[in-house]
Design a protein around this ligand. Structure first.
Ligand code: NAD
Ligand code: IPM
Ligand code: MN
Length: 394
């Protein structure tokens, strides 16, 4: 196959700027490598709320479903922060992940030599770090019910939760009749994982680890949370049976947060739940030097994957040509590798990113004082990568 349908989701904030830069890079790549990407844009996030009053409209879903792959920038912004939950940009992102079945999110944090000094950590700590965080993406406290903010007394609970599960009602009832809650507002989200959800992410992680350094660290909070105890039990079951050659270890999330900074080279592949993975991957970005460098791949059982940077819409720098487009460009490389089976072209993109850093170009987030590098904006960085893509030897 040499022609692909790609849906682009520019989203909000810096999203459109980094998407424009990445489109230029992909245009240079297709021209050089003799294949076609038919790219059409669709709405998500705040942009979709403004246009369609829905953060992920049905037509965007259909367009994604009829594509070979999806490239997403980022969503969110102050403008929508006071909206009701279902009319927030973040709800559109979660809806997209759920509707496309994207249960596995691969977040590689690979330290590039050129950027060692961009990290706030010491050179010897970050040099050579290559960690892959496998984050579960469609479960956990993000999607658990019941959830909400309410003022309730014990009697109203049965009506509110209307659950068919007597155990659940019992648990919540017990919780809510504690006198500190009565007549006051309560906020609640249910952290819940089913064993099949855990097993399938463990399989992805086992597979990823077996193709990397052969080491998997599962991160949980099994010392406190029942949901985490189940997580640990199921990960052990799957790994023992299906990946006996992968070295499995377990770590509590608080310790993992510390160990990632203390000595990140102890990690090869990490597997963890949705919320722990969200937090740990942002932390891991500082090993690399900037959140603006971290790509990700969100993949499901079948259908197109979504390739998205780990960062958000960076409203503090949006519209100023300050954003680093490299996380999105590297996400496009992951798209070529994982969804389009174009490893060679993915290599070209990744090598071009390294080459642009070798040339000494830096956006503000990765620029150091007196590093002798040239400070560039998002547009110039994108153009420079595109120029290299057209000429680089592989
Ligand atoms: P953020 O990731 O947008 O920004 C955190 C910090 O990193 C900011 O200082 C920002 O300027 C910087 N940064 C992020 N990406 C950058 C880039 N490419 N180049 C240079 N600097 C970059 O996180 P936040 O400020 O907590 O959230 C802002 C909005 O983004 C919120 O609405 C949030 O919900 C949303 N968000 C969306 C996603 C997503 O679309 N996947 C991810 C995280 C946050
Ligand atoms: C991310 C973001 C999202 C998440 C938010 C915006 C819903 O932080 O993609 O990492 O928490 O998954
Ligand atoms: Mn996040």
């Amino acid at each position: 196959k040499d022609s692909y349908q790609i849906t682009l989701l520019p989203g909000d904030g810096i999203g459109p700027e980094i998407m424009t830069a990445t489109k230029g890079v992909l245009a240079a790549l297709t021209k050089r490598c003799n294949f076609e990407l038919h790219m059409t844009e669709a709405l998500i996030g705040g942009a979709a709320i403004d246009a369609k009053n829905d953060p992920f409209p049905e037509e965007s879903l259909q367009q994604c479903l009829s594509s070979d792959s999806v490239l997403l920038s980022c969503i969110g912004g102050y403008k929508w922060d006071a909206n009701p939950r279902e009319l927030r940009p973040e709800s559109g992102l979660l809806k997209m992940r759920k509707q496309l079945g994207l249960f596995a999110n691969l977040r590689p944090a690979k330290v590039l030599d050129q950027l060692i000094d961009a990290s706030t950590l010491k050179r010897e700590v970050v040099e050579g770090v290559d960690v892959m965080v496998v984050r579960e993406l469609t479960g956990d406290v993000y999607f658990g019910t019941p959830k909400g903010i309410d003022v309730v007394d014990g009697k109203e609970l049965y009506i509110l939760f209307g659950s068919s599960s007597l155990t659940l009602i019992h648990h919540i009832h017990t919780f809510i009749t504690d006198s500190i809650f009565l007549g006051k507002r309560v906020g609640y989200n249910n952290m819940i994982y089913g064993e099949d959800e855990i097993a399938r992410i463990a399989r992805v992680a086992g597979d990823v680890a077996s193709k990397r350094g052969g080491k998997l660290c599962s991160v949980d909070k099994a010392n406190v949370l029942d949901v985490s105890q189940l997580w640990r039990d199921v990960v052990i079951e799957v790994m023992t049976k299906e990946f006996p050659n992968v070295e499995l270890s377990h770590m509590y999330v608080d310790n993992a947060a510390m160990q990632l900074i203390r000595w990140p080279k102890q990690f090869d592949t990490i597997v963890t739940g949705n919320i722990f993975g969200d937090i740990l991957s942002d932390e891991a970005s500082m090993l690399v030097g900037s959140l603006g460098m971290l790509p990700s791949a969100s993949i499901g059982v079948s259908g197109p994957g979504v390739f998205e940077p780990c960062h958000g819409s960076a409203p503090d720098i949006a519209g100023k040509d300050l954003a680093n487009p490299l996380a999105l460009i590297l996400s496009a490389a992951m798209m070529l590798r994982y969804d389009l089976d174009r490893a060679e072209e993915a290599d070209i993109l990744e090598k071009s990113v390294e080459a642009v850093l070798d040339k000494g170009l830096r956006t503000a987030d990765i620029k150091q004082e007196n590093d002798g590098c040239k400070l560039v904006g998002c547009i110039e960085m994108g153009e420079a990568v595109a120029a290299i893509v057209s000429t680089i030897d592989c």
